[in-house]
Design a protein around this ligand. Sequence first.
Ligand code: ADP
Ligand code: MG
Length: 576
Amino acid sequence: MSVAVAQSIDVQQELTDGFHLVIDALKLNDINTIYAVPGIPISDLCRMAQGEGIRVISFRHEQNAGNAAAIAGYLTQKPGVCLTVSAPGFLNGLTALANATTNCFPMILISGSSEREIVDLQQGDYEEMDQLAIAKPLCKAAFRVLHAQDVGIGIARAIRAACSGRPGGVYLDLPAKFFSQVMTAEAGAKSLVKVIDAAPEQIPAPAAVERALDVLKGAKRPLIILGKGASYAQVDDKIRELVEKTGIPFLPMSMAKGILPDTHPQSAGAARSTVLKDADVVLLIGARLNWLLSHGKGKTWGSEPKKFIQIDIEPKEMDSNVEIVAPLVGDIGSCVSALLAGMGGKWAKAPADWVGAVNAKKEANIAKMAPKLMNNASPMNYHSALGALREIIKDRPDAILVNEGANTLDLARGIIDMYKPRKRLDVGTWGVMGIGMGFAVAAAVETGQPVLAIEGDSAFGFSGMEVETICRYNLPVCVVIFNNNGIYRGTDVNPTGGEDVAPMVFVKDARYDKMMEAFGGVGAHVTTPDELKRAVIAAMDSGKPTLINAVIDPAAGTESGNIGSLNPQSAVVRKK
Ligand code: ADP
Ligand code: MG
């Protein structure tokens, strides 16, 4: 055989397949981490991805892998990728995908699926399910790729759909047969697409900018509300310039804390109810007027209708709950720049009497809170334990705080000041429990910073098995469990006097710290704020996976934390 003929056979034999093309397409688009739970039909994809240099973080349950991908998207502006098996694995991941979409986080859920021919005839395949149809109403976009030569386009569309406009979750369905389809490497390489400018700038209309400035100019008691859209946008300096130039008090929504430090003189966080009640003009920047802001109405919003200026990339968000007198549709960076340009060199600061009133209220509230945060008694209550953790974040502002629970969430949000943007990750728009360990893992993986996860004992239970994942990857995560023996409180009793404990209580005096020790991490059991502080500092200094079981007075919590009004209570007493 001549050399030339041998070479041409070699060239012909250079092949690729669905597995390789998925990996090549992700890498081409700078997606270098996958959050996964391996199994049929994607186990080889996980192995090969690792072999090709993608970091594959393997979880114990798909919901946690999905939550990790979602928050990776929030932190990086690149879609976080979650990879699952078919039917049940897909469904487990779907909760996280829906949550990502609700929170406007870019994410792609890629699930393997069963054979189309069998699924569509409903002939009972292994893990049979029409996954694409089920995913569609729960995410921003959903696609299926049947042929290896189309996966480059499929992944490009998924990335663009996740990142452009209002970010959100995208589903990508890959049937088992797709993976082993073969084509020549050359044609395969040509079929891939590198997405150019996945989230294009969206410049607001000049007339809309002028209208917004006119409304702002007329304000007597203006307020700026920053939402997690503003933190996602990563235009922290521009936002600070706008806030400082106008002198307007600002209120951060929980995940927007730290865009400007909570200790900034214009922060109105400690006067939240006052500013929400009394402001006459509210500038919303990447925040929605949903339940978290009483839908822009409700008792606390005063009798005079407020005027709202809203910056949002999603035009349909305008007037969602109340009239928006000055809608500013565009990306936050462009909108804030346009406002600053329109203000020019001199712009009158917010009226001094209003700023003074807000500051007086704020100082009074801070002074009232201070002694509660300094109590070192045992058992701890929420305030004393959080008072200790507050000092830790003050000393280590780069650490990422993950937070979920009821009282543990509501009180931590108010008590723990944040100093830097995108450092507070929590239950978000749904107020969902179960994000804790998924968020903690991804925060550590994506940023390399230490993570402090402050978890209610109930909230932790939804993702607790991932402490094994944290140990396996040796991540610098310190989990603090506020252990009050139950949901809201650990004091409920079974009204019948029967053997079963009440539905809202857990095993009394459980030792969650032993769970971390079981996998080689560090466990600690603490009963005072001083012990708690020492244990967290040791964890953060060592960077070792740590779980601290912090004993909280079982009687300290209130029903549903701050949102008791959403939890209907029966007033009917039945005769026995
Ligand atoms: P929060 O719960 O903190 O109030 P929301 O999730 O309710 O925040 O609101 C975030 C808003 O930010 C959404 O309406 C979303 O469309 C918007 N948003 C997200 N990213 C951008 C961006 N880059 N530019 C403009 N708006 C954005
Ligand atoms: Mg509890």
